[in-house]
Ligand binder design. Sequence first.
Ligand code: PMP
Length: 359
Amino acid sequence: MSKFLTPRLASLAPYVPGEQPKERKYVKLNTNESPFPPSPLAVKMAAEEGEKLMLYSDPDVKDLTAALAARYGVKPENVVVTNGSDEALNFAFMAFCGEDMPALFPDITYGFYKVFAQINGVPYEEIPLKEDFTIDLAEYHKRQGVVFIANPNAPTGIFLPLAEIEALVRQNPSRIVVVDEAYIDFGGESALSLIKKYDNLLVTQTFSKSRSMAGARLGFAVGSSELIADLHRVRYSTNPYNVNRMTAAAGVGAIKDEAYFQANCQKIVQTRAWAAKELSALGFTMTHSAANFLFVKHEAIAGKKLYEELKKRGVLVRHFDKPRIAGYNRITVGSEEEMQTLLAQIKTILEIEYENGSN
Ligand code: PMP
C-alpha cells in the first residue's frame, strides 16, 4: 500500500476471489464455473466480431439487450448489460444506496456485497440467517435500506421460494430489493416474472455459470425502466463501453443457442443429485442446494482440513474462514468425471482420518 492511498480505501478489505492456480492442473471445483465450454455459436460470433476490434463497442449493447429482452419477456428499456453481474451489483450500490440508505444483506452470503458497500462509502447491516441458514424475512421488515439477496444464496445454495421474495418486495414499496440470481438456472424460480408488477425490484443474472462464460465477463440487470435508467446513468458516468464487442457478440450467440444452455443446466442438475447422494453415503451432511455447487460438512474432518487434503491431491474446493460456516466446504458441481475424482479422493482422505482416529 502506498502512502498516497486515500484513508477510505486503506481500511477496506478487498474481495478475495477463489484461487485460479497456474502451478499445476487441478480438478477445479472452487469457483462455480461451468465444466462445459461455451456454446459453439457464442465462440463463432465472438471470433467474427474480433475483426472489428479497432472500433469502440456499442455503448447501448443494442443487439444483446434486445436478445435478452426477447428471451425474458421484457422490453429493452428494462435491461442493462454489464461487465459481469458484479458490475450490475456495484452499479446498484452506487445508484440506490447512500449515507441515509444503508444496504441490508445476510451475514452469510456473497462476500462482494460488503466490499461494494465499503468502496461506495455505504453503511450496511449484515442480518443473521436463521440457524438452518434460511433468511429471516421479519428482520428485513423491521429495517429501512436496500436489500441484497442472492437467490439461490451463496455459499449455501438454499433457494428462497418466489412467494417469499414477492413478500419481501411487497413488505415495503419504498425500498428496493435486489435479487442476485447468479445461480437461478439450476433449479430455482426467477423473480423476473415479478418485474412488471413491482417498481422496487431489480434482478441481476450472469452468463458466468449456466452459460459457461465466466471469462467473458457478462451480466445484466432487469427492472422497471426507471430503475434501469438510473443504472445507465451510473454506467455512463463510469464506463460507457463496459461490455466489449467480442463479449457482446458471444452473449447473443449464447442466447440464440437455447438448446445448448438447457442441456447443460440439466446435466448439472443431474450430476448435483448424484454427487449429493454419493457424498451423503460417505457421511456428509449438506444444505439443500438449488445451485451448481454443494455446501457440505462431515463430522469426522474439519472443513479446512478437508480443503487442504483435497488440494494436496489435486482437487480444489472453496473453504470460507467464517465461524458459522467453518465446518463446511463449497464444492462446485463439475462434470461427472471430475466428481468421480473428487469422491475417490474424499474416500481416501476419510479412510486415513478414521484410521488416525482409531489409533
Ligand atoms: N453473485 C453471486 C452470488 C456470485 O457467486 C457471483 C460469482 N462470483 C456473482 C454474483 C458475480 O458473478 P459475475 O460477475 O461473474 O457475473
